[in-house]
Structures are given as structure tokens and as C-alpha cells.
Design a protein around this ligand. Structure first.
Ligand code: PLP
Length: 395
């Protein structure tokens, strides 16, 4: 009677959340662990957003269910945000507010996929995509974005994995975990290929505001009307406004799909937290000053940590163009240290060097580890120092 369903049995827990929980437990036990595990900005949610939430509580906006797809003013704020930032015109009915972008993706795969429908996912990929596709009885089809091509896939690679069952392709640019960004031309080629093959493009644009150097972020939906018609944009306030705990994300695109997602959410979760929705209105339509402050801080940390990491024996690392992760290839470093499996290497870093990072395996990349630079500079410097000492000692 107490046996788990097949669905539950085939599910993997999130490796990033697991790694972060483990680091937290060790810290609570008094260990001096530095954690570079989690994808949450380490800044406080900006004051103007906090104030909007306080006001919502004081005005009693908390004692009722909101509409499932979100309060109209927030959906309108999403529409305005897309217009102002990207010159993309959407109707309110083409938007849904969700409990984080993660739940938007979950709802999307549930309403999009039939049994055995395939979703092309470039690897390395954010840990939840494949599990969410499986939870919807779909099949994740991985295509390896090569390190030599800056961890980006090409149309000819996509052509090789396409089948009669392919329903959608997932794009996450800037990428978690690699920090890479597809150029406009690359996206145009992939977008046109998806249109020609009648595939839905799932565009996870959540890191679109954290861009460094001379890199540029292009939402794929801006590239043509045909591409836009087949794209569902996933985004949210978690990263851009340091609001991971508030749990507000959104999806934008085809009205029929958005309506089905809304119907499913109405049965699953009713609505995103009311207070958080009021905070998100302020985030999207209030002052954007804090975003640039955070972006600059991330860029400085990235530049420095990238330099420090480059000095660790055996490590090769691409310089990120966006997001807040470094994704070094540690295959040679592991060989130097006598490890075969990246999970063992990560465990040893935690236990022996007191540095918590995430195994690349959960991202489909067994030669890599992921470091989040959503931590202060002193922590980052000390963490990389510890990794370097660890490797040098084992040499
Ligand atoms: N998409 C990517 C690529 C992410 O890295 C994350 C968070 O780590 C999410 C979506 C989900 O964000 P949230 O559910 O906090 O909006």
C-alpha cells in the first residue's frame, strides 16, 4: 500500500538544492563550509519591493484567492515589461503568473506533452528540465553542446536528434550552468529550424538581465513573427530582483497553451501568493536601479573568480557572458587528484576542503562542476584558494 508510484520512482531530486541543503547542515553543525551551490542572488530584495509587499499586507490584500493566472495588474505589468524592454507586444490573455518560473515550466510540459513526446534539451542543462519532461510522460532527448563551441548547439546537431515525435526544443540563454549566450544569428538559425519543423520553442529567459562584457541578450521571440508564434517565454522575478523566496515567475505566449496551464494551476495550486504578486508589480514597474547595481557586482565577481579559477591546476573554464555561474571542466584536475567520478571529487572538496560546489552530473556534464558566484568576493576568493590548495596537496 505504501509503495511509490512509477512516476515518483523515476524522479530525481534537484542536485543543486540537495548540495545546498548538505552545505547548510554542515554549517549548522559548526563546520566552516563555504557554499557556492545555489542559484540565488545574495542581495536583499530591494527596499521599494519590500515596501510594496508591506503595503499589500496592511491593505488586506491577503485574505482572498487571487485569479489563478495572477492579479490583472501584475499580468499587465508583465505585458508592459515585455513591451518596454524588448519591444514585444503581448495581450494580457497571453500571460500567466506562476509560483516561480519552475512551476511555469512544470505546467507547460504537463499541458504540452503526450506520452513519449520528445523535448530536445541541449546539455549541459538546468537540472529540472529533464525531470519535468519525464514527469509529464515525455522523453528528454539530449544533444551535447560542445565545450569547443562555447557550450552551444548548432542546427546540424539538432537536425540529427530530431524525430517524428519531437514536440519542443528548450533554450536557456544565458545558460545555467554554463553562463553562455547564443548570438542573435545563432538564435535566428535555431528559431527558423524550429519553425520549419513545427516545434514549440521553450525559451527560458530568466537570466536575461545579467549580461557581461560586450555580450548581448536577444529574446528569441523578437526574431520573427513566425518564431514568436511558436515560442513560450519563461521568466520571473527570482534572479533579476533577488526574489527567489517570493516564488513569482511567469510564462508568455500562445493563448490556448496559457489557458490550459491556467486550468491546470487552478486544480494544482489555485494562485501564486498574493503578497508576492504585489511585490512583483513593483519589481517589474518600479525603479530598475537595483538591477544594474547587482549586475555590476556579479560582473566583478565573475571576472575575479574566473581569474582565480584559471590558476587551479588542470582546470579549464570558459569565461561566462551571463547568469551567475562558472562551469569549469575539471577532468584533468580530477585525474591529477586521483578521482574518476566527479561526484567523488565534489564530495572530497566538501569534506576535505570545506567547499561546497555542485556536481556537473546533474546537468548532464560529468567532467564539470558548477560554482555559483552569487556570494561575496571574500567568500569566492577563499573558496577558490581552498580548492587550489586541495588540488596541489593531492598532486
Ligand atoms: N530556469 C533556470 C535556468 C533557473 O536556473 C532557475 C532557478 O534556478 C529557474 C528557471 C527557476 O526559477 P524560479 O522558480 O525561482 O523562478
Amino acid at each position: 500500500r505504501m509503495e511509490l508510484s512509477k512516476r515518483a520512482l523515476k524522479m530525481e531530486p534537484s542536485v543543486t538544492l540537495a548540495a545546498s541543503a548538505k552545505a547548510k547542515t554542515l554549517k549548522a553543525e559548526g563546520k566552516d563550509v563555504l557554499s557556492l551551490t545555489v542559484g540565488e542572488p545574495d542581495f536583499a530584495t530591494p527596499k521599494n519591493i519590500q515596501e510594496a509587499a508591506k503595503k499589500a499586507i496592511e491593505f488586506g490584500e491577503t485574505s482572498y484567492y487571487t485569479p489563478t493566472a495572477g492579479i490583472p495588474a501584475l499580468r499587465q505589468a508583465v505585458v508592459d515589461y515585455m513591451q518596454d524592454n524588448y519591444d514585444l507586444t503581448y495581450k494580457v490573455s497571453e500571460t500567466i503568473i506562476t509560483n516561480g518560473a519552475k512551476f511555469a515550466l512544470y505546467l507547460l510540459f504537463q499541458v504540452l506533452l503526450d506520452e513519449e513526446d520528445e523535448v530536445i534539451i541541449p546539455t549541459p542543462y538546468w537540472v529540472s528540465y529533464s525531470e519535468q519532461v519525464k514527469l509529464a510522460d515525455g522523453v528528454p532527448v539530449f544533444v551535447e553542446a560542445l565545450e569547443d563551441n562555447d557550450y552551444k548547439v548548432t542546427v546540424s546537431q539538432l537536425e540529427q536528434v530530431k524525430s517524428a515525435k519531437t514536440k519542443a526544443i528548450l533554450l536557456n540563454s544565458p545558460s545555467n550552468p554554463t553562463g553562455m549566450i547564443y548570438t542573435k544569428e545563432e538564435l535566428q538559425a535555431i528559431g527558423e529550424w524550429a519553425v520549419a519543423n513545427q516545434l514549440v520553442i521553450v525559451a527560458d529567459d530568466i537570466y536575461g538581465h545579467f549580461i557581461y562584457g560586450d555580450a548581448e541578450f536577444t529574446p528569441i521571440a523578437t526574431l520573427s513573427d513566425a518564431i514568436r508564434a511558436q515560442t513560450i517565454i519563461i521568466n520571473g522575478v527570482s534572479k533579476t530582483y533577488s526574489m527567489t523566496g517570493w516564488r513569482i515567475g511567469f510564462a508568455i505566449g500562445d493563448q490556448k497553451i496559457i489557458r490550459a496551464m491556467t486550468d491546470l494551476a487552478s486544480q494544482a495550486s489555485s494562485n501564486p501568493t498574493a503578497v508576492s504578486q504585489y511585490a512583483a508589480i513593483e519589481a517589474l514597474s518600479g525603479s530598475q536601479e537595483s538591477v544594474e547595481v547587482m549586475r555590476q557586482a556579479f560582473e566583478e565577481r565573475m571576472e575575479k573568480t574566473y581569474q582565480w579559477l584559471s590558476e587551479v591546476p588542470g582546470i579549464t573554464v570558459r569565461k561566462p557572458q551571463g547568469a551567475f555561474y562558472l562551469f569549469p571542466n575539471v577532468r584533468e584536475t580530477m585525474t591529477i587528484c586521483g578521482y574518476e567520478d566527479v561526484n567523488d571529487f565534489v564530495e572530497a572538496l566538501l569534506v576535505e576542503a570545506n567547499v561546497a560546489v555542485v556536481t556537473g552530473k546533474g546537468f548532464g556534464a560529468p567532467d564539470n562542476i558548477r560554482l555559483s558566484y552569487a556570494a561575496d568576493l571574500a567568500t569566492l576568493e577563499e573558496a577558490v584558494k581552498r580548492i587550489k590548495h586541495f588540488v596541489e596537496k593531492k598532486q
